[in-house]
Design a protein around this ligand. Structure first.
Ligand code: UTP
Length: 274
């Protein structure tokens, strides 16, 4: 049973400057909802109600978003716009939100380790809110939890990307398990490899289920690519013991950490989801 979801949200979001100078990247809206709200909704759909958010300086808007705004509530009560707050109110009622700060931005692996204090000793989900996922049936996290229940080890969501883009992702190698066509036992993982060095074009996207031994591994993980503590390097330790499954999810993913992906997501949601 996965009960908690960790949201590493301490990054600077430099690709969106100047928008992210005083506004967290996770609060940029696709239509009327900030990215992180989509992530929380995906977690709730997967049966998770405890949200653990790793923030940093300048990220207070995230905490305010998942809280009641009494003045606003008072202002719009009984009016035609009141329903616009229905979705966020429902989340606030159903979930608890806790926060911890990453003081130095030493990479995604370090951000996840910072979240240990909120997670404790249990398996947990990780959502990178700037990867916006959508599916007409079950959400991506829901699908991954089903895979976790079967294999009881760390699970990463993967997607095939054009070979010339492997240097933007963690890339896996592995072999299909149990006659499936979407589930791989991972044998190797490389962070942002040059296309010529990439073992495959199967890229890890921003959804993980991690077993708690990852924290001890992360404590001993040296800075890797870009001088950052990489979750890919820590996962490789688990993969060497056959303890990582990569799952080719059903649905669509938009890289909202990039301007192109963000515009694509906005157009897609405007046409299909509005
Ligand atoms: P990214 O590298 O995509 O995010 O990290 P970034 O650094 O915010 O963006 P750019 O490249 O400067 O535009 C992936 C995820 O990991 C989190 C980010 O918030 C994002 O959700 N992260 C990254 C942290 O929480 N802490 C870090 O030290 C690094």
């Amino acid at each position: 049973m996965i009960k908690k979801c960790l949201f590493p949200a301490a990054g600077y979001g430099t690709r969106f400057l100047p928008a992210t100078k005083a506004t967290p990247k996770e609060m940029l809206p696709v239509l009327t909802k900030p990215l992180i709200q989509y992530g929380v909704e995906e977690a709730v759909e997967a049966g998770i109600h405890t949200m653990a958010i790793v923030t940093g300086r300048g990220k207070r808007a995230i905490e305010d978003h998942f809280d009641i705004s009494y003045e606003l509530e008072h202002q719009i009560k009984g009016g035609s716009k009141e329903h616009l707050l229905d979705d966020i109110r429902a989340l606030i009622e159903q979930c608890t939100f806790s926060y911890t700060r990453q003081v130095e931005m030493k990479g995604l692996g370090h951000a996840i380790l910072t979240g240990e204090t909120l997670i404790g000793n249990e398996p947990f989900a990780v959502v990178l809110a700037d990867d916006l996922c959508t599916n007409t049936a079950k959400g991506v996290l829901s699908q991954m939890i089903e895979v976790y229940e079967k294999y009881q080890c760390s699970i990463v969501a993967i997607e095939e990307v054009p070979m010339d883009q492997t240097d933007k992702y963690g890339v896996i190698a592995g072999h299909l398990v149990d006659g499936t066509d979407d589930t791989y036992r991972v044998t190797d993982m490389v962070e942002k490899p040059d296309p010529k060095d990439a073992p495959t074009n199967m890229a890890i996207i921003g959804r993980y289920i991690l077993t708690p031994d990852i924290f001890d591994i992360l404590r001993n993980t040296k800075p890797g690519k870009g001088g950052e503590i990489q979750i890919t390097d820590a996962l490789l330790e688990q993969a060497k013991k056959g303890k990582v499954i990569a799952y080719k999810f059903k649905g669509k993913r938009f890289d909202c950490g990039s301007v192109d992906g963000f515009v694509e997501a906005t157009n897609y949601f405007y046409k299909n989801i509005k």
